[in-house]
Design a protein around this ligand. Structure first.
Ligand SMILES: N[C@@H](CCC(=O)N[C@@H](CSS)C(=O)NCC(=O)O)C(=O)O
Length: 268
């Protein structure tokens, strides 16, 4: 199947974080210079700032596909490095952001736009960003290349993830290119047609899929372990009563999951 051609004025870059195997995407209109970043990682905010500056772009939004458990989002730091930039995340994520997105919202940059599609399952607040004019979608951790996001923590549900993928991603045209938030095997992109045919989990019935997900037995992402033992938040988790920790969670500023010994920061 032929890959869709990108518009001449559409700039696209795929960046990679070797530690958490996270992809960050830079999209821009080279005519108006307006740009957006999807899923920036805090340790690489300076890389992203430099790329935006070197390319002469005006970063208007830093977007997250969800609240990440395996790394801290770079949107808070990017806002400090580039004061014109505003952060975006789904309202249903419970996280803090300048703009809280809902299903079907449009994120405009120059003459291009991203449609927000709610795709819960890996977390309750996961979204997929679809750029119809360029036949591409950014699936976050909902759909990975020949895989999908795990559903065993952070409010995950394999039942819900299955419906999200089939109703919101596999209904896109077959030639749409799909870009995930992670890949652990060195792959960079896929397509709706490929995943509909070859995804070893999602080509199964929902019942089989739920069973596969329940039996995955994945270790926790290695960054979670690092957060656990190296961070001051973990120290707090041992001394603050549970009720307090839940309050942090609801405010979306800081989340500590004592049962898993994990934490993540909301957008600052
Ligand atoms: N092996 C990796 C972490 C793998 C992992 O759990 N990744 C998450 C996304 S980050 S929360 C996931 O959903 N994976 C699904 C899968 O099938 O791998 C590491 O060492 O960090």
């Amino acid at each position: 199947m032929n890959q869709p051609q990108l518009s001449e004025t559409f700039l696209f870059r795929q960046f990679f974080d070797r530690t958490s195997c996270t992809y960050t995407y830079l999209l821009a209109d080279t005519q108006t210079k307006e740009a957006v970043l999807i899923d920036p990682v805090i340790e690489l905010a300076e890389r992203d700032r430099k790329a935006v500056q070197e390319l002469g772009l005006n970063l208007i939004y830093a977007l997250n596909t969800h609240m990440h458990a395996d790394h801290i989002t770079g949107t808070g730091l990017l806002k400090k490095l580039i004061p014109t930039c505003k952060s975006m995340i789904a309202e249903s994520s419970g996280a803090k952001g300048d703009i809280l997105l809902k299903n079907s919202d449009k994120v405009k940059f120059g003459n291009f736009e991203l449609e927000v599609r709610s795709t819960p399952g890996h977390t309750e607040g996961c979204v997929t960003y679809v750029c119809h004019s360029q036949s591409m979608a950014f699936t976050g951790d909902t759909l990975l290349i020949r895989g999908c996001g795990r559903t065993d923590f952070q409010g995950g549900s394999s039942d819900i993830l299955y419906d999200s993928v089939w109703k919101q991603i596999f209904t896109l045209p077959e030639n749409f290119t799909l870009f995930p938030a992670h890949d652990y095997k060195g792959c960079t992109k896929t397509s709706v047609a490929e995943e509909r045919e070859l995804n070893p989990r999602l080509t199964k019935s929902k019942e089989e899929f739920v069973k596969i997900m329940a039996e995955l037995g994945l270790p926790y992402p290695k960054m979670i372990g690092e957060f656990c033992f190296n961070s001051f938040v973990f120290l707090l988790a041992t001394i603050i009563p549970l009720i307090e920790l839940k309050m942090y969670n609801e405010r979306g500023l800081l989340l500590v999951d004592v049962s898993l010994c994990t934490f993540k920061m909301g957008d600052a």
